[in-house]
Design a protein. Structure first.
Length: 523
C-alpha cells in the first residue's frame, strides 16, 4: 500500500489568528507662525486709511518734490496714529505729547526750506520719530529705552512684517460685515460688460460733433500721460500701506509682538561677552601707543589750527580736508573699538574692571582731541574762504560726534546716566538748529555779509546761485552788492531759470521760499 504524500497547505492563517495592530492616527495641524489678529471696527477703518496713506506717501514724498503737501501728509498721518492708539486703549503720557510737538514741528521743515538735502534727512528723522512714538505709546515707555537702536530697528523691520497680514484681514472683515462685496462685484461686472458699447457710442458722438471729439481726445491724452503713473503709484502704495498698518497695529497690540525687556537685552549682551579682557588689552595697547606717538610727532601740525597759523608747506583747502578725513577714520575706528571693549569683554557690564574703563576713556579722550583740532582747522578754512554746504554740514557733524564721545566718556564712570535719552535729545536739538536755520540762506547771508564788511576777499556768487531758493532770496536782498561786482544780472537770470522750471515741475514750487521768489519776480 502506497504511503500518502503529506499535503502542505498554502493558505494564509486566518486574520483572527494574528495579533491586532492599530494603524490609525490622529492628525494634529501645525501651529501657524503668524499670530492671530483680534480685529476690531477701528482696525478695519484704519486699515483702509493706511492704503490711502501709502499712496500719498509714494506720490508726494517719493515721486513729487517735498513741500506744503508733504507737510500736510505727515500731519494727517500723525493725527491718524494718535487717534488710532487712543481708540486701541493705549494711554498717552506727557512724554508722548512732547514727541507729538516735535513731529509736528519737523513736519513744517518741508515747507519752510527748499533744500532737497534737508528734506531727505528730515524724512528719515520723521519716519523714525513717528515709528518710535507709536512704539512708546503701545509699550508704555515714557521717552526712549536703554536699547533704543535695537528696539527701533525691531519696530521698523520685524514687527510690521510679522503683522503684515493684519491689514488684509481687517479690510476683508469690514467688507463681510458691510455686505457690500456683492454690490461692488455687480458694479464691476456691469462696467466691464458695457465697456465695448460705451466705446462705440463715444466714437459715434466724436464723429458727429467736433466739440465731443476734442473733449474725448483731451481725456485720452490725460489718461495716457497720468493714469499709468497713478496706477503704478497705487501699486507701490499698497505694500507701503500694509507695512504702515502692520507697524501701528503691532505697537497697539503688544500681545502679537512684545518689545524685548531690559533683562532679555542684557541676556543677549551677556552672550556676546566672550573675549578675554587680557586679550582685548593686548590688542588695544599698540593702537593707543601709536595714537600717542602720532600726537607727539604731529603736535606742531595739529596745534597750528588752535593758533590760527597755517603750516608753511600747505594751503588752506589741503590743511582742512586732510584733517577731516583723519577725523572720520579715527572717530569710526575708536567708536568701534570702544563698543567692542564695552560689549564683548568677558568681564564687562556691572563687573567692569578699571583697566577696561582706562582704555575706553583713553580712546575717547584722543578722539575728542582730534575732533577739537579738526573743528579748529575747519574754522580756519571758513575764515579764509567763507561757508559752503560741505563745510557747514561737516562742522555740524563734528559737534554731534563730540557730544557722542563726551557722553561715552562719562558713561565709563557711572551707569546712572540714560545714554540713549541724552544722545536722542542732543541729536534732536542739533537737527532742529540745522533744519530751521535754513542752511542755504545762512551760507549766502554769511558770505555776503563778510564780503560787505571786507573780511572776505572774493564772493563766489555762482556757487551761491547753485544752492536752493533759500539762497536766491538772500541774493535778491543784496542787489546793491551784486551790482557792484557785476553779478546782479547773473543772479537775476539764475532766479528766472528757477522760476521757469516751475512750469514743467509745479511741485518744486510747493515751499515758502519758492513762493516768495515768485512773488519777488512778479513785483
Amino acid at each position: 500500500m502506497e504511503s500518502e504524500t503529506p499535503k502542505v497547505s498554502l493558505e494564509k492563517p486566518a486574520a483572527a489568528a494574528l495579533p491586532a495592530e492599530d494603524y490609525s492616527f490622529t492628525y494634529v495641524p501645525k501651529a501657524p507662525n503668524t499670530p492671530a489678529f483680534d480685529i476690531q471696527a477701528h482696525d478695519s477703518l484704519f486699515a483702509w486709511l493706511s492704503l490711502i496713506f501709502g499712496f500719498l506717501f509714494v506720490r508726494f514724498v517719493m515721486v513729487y518734490a517735498d513741500g506744503f503737501v508733504t507737510t500736510g501728509v505727515f500731519l494727517l498721518l500723525h493725527t491718524a496714529c494718535m487717534i488710532y492708539m487712543k481708540k486701541s486703549g493705549c494711554k498717552i503720557l506727557p512724554a508722548h505729547r512732547l514727541m507729538s510737538a516735535v513731529i509736528i514741528a519737523f513736519s513744517f521743515v518741508f515747507s519752510v526750506t527748499a533744500s532737497e538735502l534737508l528734506h531727505g534727512l528730515n524724512l528719515v528723522f520723521l519716519m523714525c520719530a513717528q515709528v518710535w512714538q507709536v512704539t512708546a505709546i503701545g509699550s508704555g515707555t515714557h521717552f526712549v529705552t536703554r536699547f533704543l537702536p535695537y528696539d527701533l530697528s525691531d519696530s521698523v523691520l520685524e514687527a510690521p512684517f510679522r503683522c503684515f497680514g493684519a491689514g488684509k484681514q481687517a479690510m476683508s472683515e469690514s467688507v463681510k460685515r458691510s455686505g457690500s462685496a456683492s454690490a461692488v462685484k455687480t458694479v464691476l461686472i456691469g462696467l466691464l460688460v458695457t465697456f465695448p458699447l460705451t466705446g462705440l457710442v463715444g466714437g459715434l458722438l466724436a464723429n458727429a460733433d467736433s466739440g465731443v471729439e476734442n473733449m474725448l481726445r483731451s481725456a485720452g491724452s490725460l489718461l495716457t500721460d497720468h493714469v499709468w503713473m497713478t496706477l503704478l503709484q497705487i501699486a507701490v502704495g499698497i505694500p507701503v500701506g500694509c507695512w504702515f498698518f502692520g507697524m501701528v497695529y503691532a505697537a497697539a497690540d503688544r500681545t502679537v509682538h512684545p518689545l524685548k525687556s531690559e533683562a532679555e537685552h542684557e541676556s543677549d549682551l551677556h552672550r556676546l561677552r566672550t573675549i578675554p579682557n587680557l586679550g582685548l588689552y593686548a590688542g588695544v595697547t599698540p593702537i593707543c601707543v601709536l595714537y600717542l606717538l602720532y600726537v607727539i610727532s604731529q603736535t606742531n601740525y595739529f596745534l597750528s589750527a588752535f593758533t590760527g597759523r597755517l603750516p608753511a608747506d600747505m594751503i588752506y583747502s589741503e590743511y582742512a580736508r586732510r584733517g577731516f578725513f583723519e577725523l572720520c577714520a579715527i572717530a569710526v575706528i575708536n567708536l568701534l573699538v570702544i563698543l567692542v571693549l564695552t560689549g564683548c569683554a568677558l568681564k564687562g557690564g556691572a563687573e567692569r574692571p578699571k583697566a577696561l574703563t582706562f582704555y575706553a576713556v583713553m580712546l575717547s579722550a584722543f578722539t575728542l582731541f582730534i575732533l577739537a583740532t579738526a573743528f579748529a582747522k575747519m574754522l580756519l578754512y571758513i575764515n579764509a574762504y567763507g561757508l559752503t554746504p560741505l563745510r557747514l554740514y561737516t562742522s555740524w557733524f563734528m559737534v554731534l560726534l563730540a557730544i557722542v564721545f563726551l557722553v561715552l566718556t562719562v558713561r565709563q564712570f557711572t551707569r546712572s546716566i540714560h545714554t540713549a535719552a541724552i544722545l536722542t535729545t542732543a541729536f534732536t536739538v542739533l537737527f532742529a538748529v540745522l533744519c530751521f536755520s535754513r542752511p542755504d540762506a545762512l551760507i549766502a547771508e554769511y558770505n555776503i555779509s563778510r564780503y560787505e564788511h571786507g573780511t572776505l576777499s572774493n564772493l563766489d556768487y555762482p556757487a551761491l546761485t547753485a544752492l536752493s531758493e533759500d539762497a536766491l532770496l538772500v541774493l535778491n536782498a543784496h542787489s546793491d552788492t551784486l551790482r557792484q561786482i557785476d553779478a546782479e544780472e547773473y543772479c537775476r537770470d539764475a532766479a528766472a531759470n528757477c522760476i521757469r522750471s516751475y512750469e514743467a515741475h509745479p511741485d518744486r514750487s510747493w515751499n515758502l521760499s519758492a513762493q516768495l521768489l515768485k512773488a519777488q519776480a512778479g513785483s
